[in-house]
Structures are given as C-alpha cells and as structure tokens.
Design a protein around this ligand. Structure first.
Ligand code: ADE
Length: 251
C-alpha cells in the first residue's frame, strides 16, 4: 500500500514510522510512504503557503495553488485508484469500518491542512473529507497519523498475531473484553477463574459476554439497530441480570 501525506511538516509525520507496527510494516515493504510539501510548489521568494481570509477575520488560510500542485504530484506518484483524503473536522467521522475500507485500497493520499483552514477550492481535488473526532487539532498531521496507524495494522502481515487484530475493540462493532496476564493474584483483584480453566468454549463465551456487556454499559449507541444472534442476546441478558451480583470487571 502506498501512503502519501501532503504536509508542511513531513518530520512530524515521519515519527509514526520510528518504531512499532507502522515502522515494521515499512521495513517489511508492506507499505511505501512518501510526503509532499506544498511549500515546494510555491513560486515566490517567501515560499508563501498561506494568506489572509477573504471577508476578514482572524487566522490564515492555506493557499489553493501550492496545495493543488502538491496533491497533483502525490497523485502522479501513486497507484491508480488512490483517493485523496482531506483531514478536516468537517469530514465524515473516521471509524473501524472506514479503516477497513481504506486498508483494501492500493494507496491513500492524506492531506493535512494547517492554520485556520484551507481554501475551499482545494477540495476540488479531494475525494473524501475525514474527521477523527469532534475537536479541533492545530493541523491535520496527527489526524493523518491516526488514520494511517489504524489502516496499517489491518494490512496482512502487519500485526504479529492476526487474531489479536480480529479481537480488537470495534472489529465487530463491540468494545473489547477485559484482558489479564500474570500474576494470577494481586492486591487489586484476581484473574477471573474462567480464564484459568482451559475450557476454550467457556472462555470464548465469557469474552463475548464481557464485550457485549461493556458495550451495553459504556456505548449503548453501538448496539442500537444491531441484530444480536440468539447466543449474543442470551449472554447480554445474563450479563444485565447479574449486574451487581457478579463482578463483571466492567467498572
Ligand atoms: N484537523 C484538525 N482537526 C481535525 C480533526 N478533528 N479531524 C481531522 N482533521 C483535523
């Protein structure tokens, strides 16, 4: 997969590849990465990438010409079928479903805006606008890094144990179940007996029940409009009936 970020701060984005899953994915050539700096497409001595907004008001707006030239350069170096994604709080909310959709593409060009915004006409070259949440960052770089991290870990071979990816929160639209490792006993509590039982079927049921219960307690909106299987429905009902009786480790 070919990942390009259009950014005035390529060093910031490079930090994503300093280690971890993204760094290893690049070492193993699962991804190719590039950045294109709009400043390299300016023609004035000051290499101006921003200007005052028409209509007045505070802040600066990124100029359309360098941005479009940088996007064109990125497109020229990307595989056919690579969309241009503008990071913006005005965009479609980023979620695991969109991460999966992006991970199936041959490439992504992520445009990180700076300053108060970008000239609206730059959107003529944009296929998607994507937001990582209802808050305003000082630039799109961190948002682009969030998107890339979520996408890269879905690429085959990127995560050591593919099953751990499948178990992640939101993989199936549910929150993750609790996890434990040694020691078995600690001042703050015990590892639930079922996880030590060796009964794989009981463990699967417990984990599914915890996922359903946590989602019901913490993010009920994720369950709204979702058709539960008979097993899921029964497990969730048991979870709800036993709230306050068992310790569901959901606190
Ligand atoms: N740029 C600034 N804030 C952002 C956000 N919340 N999501 C995506 N891009 C952004």
């Amino acid at each position: 997969m070919h990942l390009t970020v259009v950014t005035l701060f390529p060093d910031l984005v490079e930090a994503l590849y300093a280690g971890g899953i993204a760094g290893r994915a690049r070492e193993r050539a699962l991804i190719r990465t590039a950045s294109v700096n709009p400043r390299d497409f300016t023609r004035d001595v000051h290499r101006t990438v921003d200007d005052r907004p028409y209509g007045g008001g505070p802040g600066m707006v990124m100029k359309v010409e360098p941005l479009l030239a940088a996007i064109a350069e990125a497109k020229g170096a990307s595989p056919a079928g690579t969309p241009v994604v503008m990071m913006s709080p005005q965009g479609q909310p980023f979620d695991q479903a969109l991460a999966r959709e992006f991970a199936a593409l041959p490439g992504l060009i992520l445009v990180a805006g700076r300053y108060e915004g970008v000239d609206e006409r730059a959107l003529s070259a944009v296929d998607w606008e994507v937001s990582i949440g209802d808050y305003v960052l000082s630039g799109g770089e961190l948002a682009a890094m969030v998107v890339m991290d979520a996408v890269i870990r879905l690429l085959p071979g990127a995560v050591g144990d593919a099953a751990s990816c499948a178990q992640d929160s939101f993989w199936d639209g549910l929150l993750d179940c609790p996890h434990y490792t040694r020691p078995e006993t600690h001042a703050t509590g015990e590892v639930p007996a079922v996880l030590r039982s060796g009964d794989h079927e009981a463990i699967r049921r417990w984990r599914l029940q915890q996922s359903l219960g946590r989602t019901w307690l913490r993010r009920p909106g994720l369950l709204a409009g979702r058709e539960l299987t008979r097993e899921q429905d029964r497990l969730l009902q048991d979870f709800i009936d036993n709230l306050g009786i068992d310790d569901p480790a959901c606190g």
